[in-house]
Write a protein that binds this ligand. Structure first.
Ligand code: PGA
Length: 244
């Protein structure tokens, strides 16, 4: 089991800077790292901070590979809701990561078979070095919705009503949120050598404390971070943390 550290920061700017420091350190130590960049609102400032450091010449991501965390199912190519599109705009493009340095999740064909191959190939290439994750208000990581066991593989899932509701804010309306998705499994995610979890806002206060202090189990998938193989850093802002 790795170490679990908590970094409490005052605001979004500090969260982005602290998160970017952790990511930049990991990449400096391991320039060919396989990195999982979550979409969602919380890591956006962190990615902008990384892009700024790259422009300034203090961060080299030329040999990094990005591995997709999750994607909705049933979308047409070019659909504005595609999470790959979001990952592209927020992470790949600003950091200049492209071509063979991008690993996408399968979204069509025999998904069960494709997900098994995906996990096999991910393992063969050395697994995940660094996962940058956000926290769902229901305790999900990626789209590993509760209940989810620690060893679940990459697979197609139904989104929980709470996630559909929460993700309405991305697309304007709850009715626009797809209800099926594919997600990296908790199994491969929790085997990452390092995980940076970014958590922000009052709405995450209950779940972040539940994940850190509550029992470890499938009803809060993120609670398995307490027993992850690699080092975990939870970067949490003051409004999510409270005045403890
Ligand atoms: P958020 O999403 O960063 O937009 O809050 C987190 C998540 O649902 O995993």
């Amino acid at each position: 089991m790795g170490d679990l550290r908590i970094a409490v920061v005052e605001d979004d700017e500090a969260l982005s800077r602290t998160g970017a420091d952790l990511v930049a350190d990991a990449i400096a130590r391991h320039p060919t790292a396989a990195v999982v960049p979550a979409t969602g609102n919380t890591p956006m400032g962190l990615y902008a901070e990384l892009a700024g450091r790259r422009r300034a010449g203090t961060l080299d991501v030329g040999r990094v590979t990005a591995v997709q965390l999750d994607e909705y199912l049933g979308l047409d190519a070019g659909d504005r809701r595609s999470l790959f599109g979001w990952m592209h705009r927020s992470f790949l493009d600003p950091l200049g990561i492209e071509g063979e340095h991008v690993v996408r999740l399968p979204t069509d064909g025999d998904l069960e078979e494709a997900c098994v191959s995906f996990d096999r190939e991910l393992l063969a290439r050395g697994g995940i070095d660094l996962a940058i994750l956000g926290l769902g208000s229901n305790g999900h990581l990626g789209f590993n919705e509760p209940p989810a066991e620690a060893n679940v593989p990459t697979r197609a899932v139904d989104l929980s009503p709470m996630t559909v509701e929460a993700n309405g804010r991305y697309w304007g309306d709850v009715a626009d949120v797809p209800t099926r998705a594919v997600t990296l499994g908790l199994g491969p995610l929790l085997s990452a050598r390092a995980i940076v979890l970014v958590v922000s806002g009052l709405g995450k206060r209950a779940i972040v404390h539940r994940l850190l202090e509550g029992p470890v189990g499938p009803s809060v998938p993120a609670s398995f971070l307490q027993t992850a193989e690699g080092d975990v850093t939870v970067v949490v802002d003051r409004s999510a943390w409270g005045n403890r």
